[in-house]
Design a protein around this ligand. Structure first.
Ligand code: ZN
Length: 487
């Protein structure tokens, strides 16, 4: 039975869908005002694996991942300028031009990482009417107030009635009293209050009419509104990065409780962060690496290009709740491991069946399920698949025996768990673009075999020694062929 860690209850819970056979999941998507970076890859891949696994288990999954194209404010969540609007102003573009440009690039990067598109990808700007209606209901319920054309959520009142800050474990009393007193110029009654609607300043280019002002919705609101629109007032899973727990998800909870009297989300799941050489990623730190830069190797911090599948494998090698630290060494380690996995997978097609069997594929399969059922433990599942590769290698060199049915079961195991669920592309040798160099090595060894048949030992030894120096080990097989591997 699938257990998942619920960030709200702070413990693992057995996944029980609200509607039998169905699973509704909402994941906070990107703000499209710049290229996707390593930090975007982790939630995308984590929840892609969850989506794939739930689907594999037979659930009909509706997966909603939003696009933040308005309302993501630059500094303080309630002041300043919308990031996309700012980018549009600086680059003299229509805001939607900026959005489309980066959204296309985001989709391209996700496709490269083999992240499946969600069932619905709603845009915040396409749901302004719904957001206005949502605000009206919160106002009617008494948990928001209008101030100079903007609408703010009344955090102290909500806290007194329902409690605020439970997801992130914040002490709200401390938060409310510790924040400095308002200087009298703010529209907010309390510094902890957050904007549901913001009156637009005259130069603000993204704005819509509302009962309160010509303005735009607050960022937190879009997820509550679109989650409810597409998944209902109660749905199963809400995911996102740990950095979104506070204030974003806390605000979402407050909004939905104020709106419906009950929380919308059954299970909250948060992936941990990725650091680079132990540091948080940031433009000012010079360690901000986009996915495209990883794929091309075009960044001073990168020693080489890293194919998308290597990045995906690297992320899956850690449990989603653990931290991941990027370094060239770590990614090169992932590349070597993935190559080993893929070599095992390819070797499957060469296995010769025996009449008898001394391997246990059913046990491998059971252990894969056990790992993923345990809060989506991808590193343990990968370790089991490496055990499967070891078995494949043993059958290949004759130290273990497998029947035709065993070999088919091994292939099914790899196709299902490595391919369908982990999302590693098995149809291409993405591990360091293996295909061209693999063929080049095969060609060299073909020439060597011919040289040997002509008793041209100089050429034959030269090829073998030079390949050995690069790190290839070549083995002659009994039938006059050869095998090679990269150490
Ligand atoms: Zn969100």
């Amino acid at each position: 039975m699938l257990t998942i860690y619920n960030s709200m209850s702070r413990c693992k819970e057995v996944f029980k869908p609200l509607h039998p056979g169905h699973a509704g999941m909402y994941v906070c998507g990107p703000t499209v005002y710049g290229d996707a970076h390593l930090g975007h890859a982790r939630p995308a891949i984590t929840f892609d694996v969850l989506y794939r696994y739930l689907t594999h288990l037979g659930y009909k999954v509706r997966y909603v991942r939003n696009i933040t194209d308005v309302g993501h404010l630059e500094h303080d969540a309630d002041e300043g300028e919308d990031k996309i609007a700012k980018k549009a102003r600086l680059e003299q573009l229509e805001p939607m031009e900026v959005v489309q440009h980066y959204l296309n690039r985001y989709h391209r990067d996700m496709e490269a990482l083999n992240v499946l598109p969600p069932s619905i990808e709603p845009h915040a700007s396409g749901h302004i009417i719904e957001q206005i209606e949502y605000i009206k209901k919160i106002l009617d319920a008494g948990y928001a107030y209008v101030s100079d054309g903007s609408v703010y959520f009344d955090v102290p009142k909500f806290n007194a009635d329902y409690g605020y800050g439970r997801l992130s474990g914040r002490d709200i009393d401390e938060l409310l009293s510790a924040t400095r007193a308002l200087d009298g110029q703010s529209e907010k009654r309390n510094p902890a209050d957050f904007a549901l609607w913001k009156k637009a300043s005259p130069e603000h280019i993204m704005h819509w009419p509302s009962p309160w002002s010509e303005g735009f919705p607050g960022w937190h609101l879009e997820c509550s509104t679109m989650g409810e629109k597409y998944l209902g007032t109660k749905f199963d899973i809400h995911g996102g990065g740990m950095d979104l727990k506070f204030p974003h998800h806390e605000c979402e909870i407050a909004q939905s409780v104020a709106h419906n009297g009950t929380p919308a989300v059954h299970y909250w799941m948060h992936n941990n962060m990725i650091t680079i050489d132990g540091q948080k990623m940031g433009k000012s730190l010079g360690n901000f690496i986009t996915l495209e830069q990883f794929f091309t190797g075009n960044h001073p911090k990168l020693q080489q290009a890293y194919p998308p599948m290597v990045l995906r494998f690297f992320i899956l090698q850690a449990h989603y709740r653990g931290t991941v630290d990027f370094s060239n060494e770590a990614l090169q380690g992932a590349q070597t491991a993935l190559r080993r996995m893929m070599e095992g997978y390819r070797r499957l097609r060469d296995l010769r069946p025996s009449e008898t069997s001394d391997i246990d594929v059913a046990d491998l399969k059971r252990r894969c399920y056990e790992a993923l059922d345990d809060d989506l433990n991808t590193p343990v599942a990968l370790a089991v698949l490496f055990d499967a590769v070891r078995v494949i290698n043993q059958v290949n060199d004759g130290t273990a025996h497998a029947t035709r049915a065993d070999i088919d079961a091994l292939r099914d195991l790899m196709d299902t768990f490595l391919g369908d669920i982990m999302g590693i592309r098995l149809d291409q040798d993405d591990a360091a673009s293996i295909k061209p160099y693999e063929e080049a090595v095969d060609l060299l060894l073909e020439i060597r075999r011919e040289a040997k048949s002509r008793k041209d030992w100089t050429t034959s030894d030269l090829i073998r020694d030079r390949l050995a120096r690069i790190g290839f080990s070549v083995k002659d097989t009994k039938d006059g062929g050869f095998e090679w591997s990269l150490n």
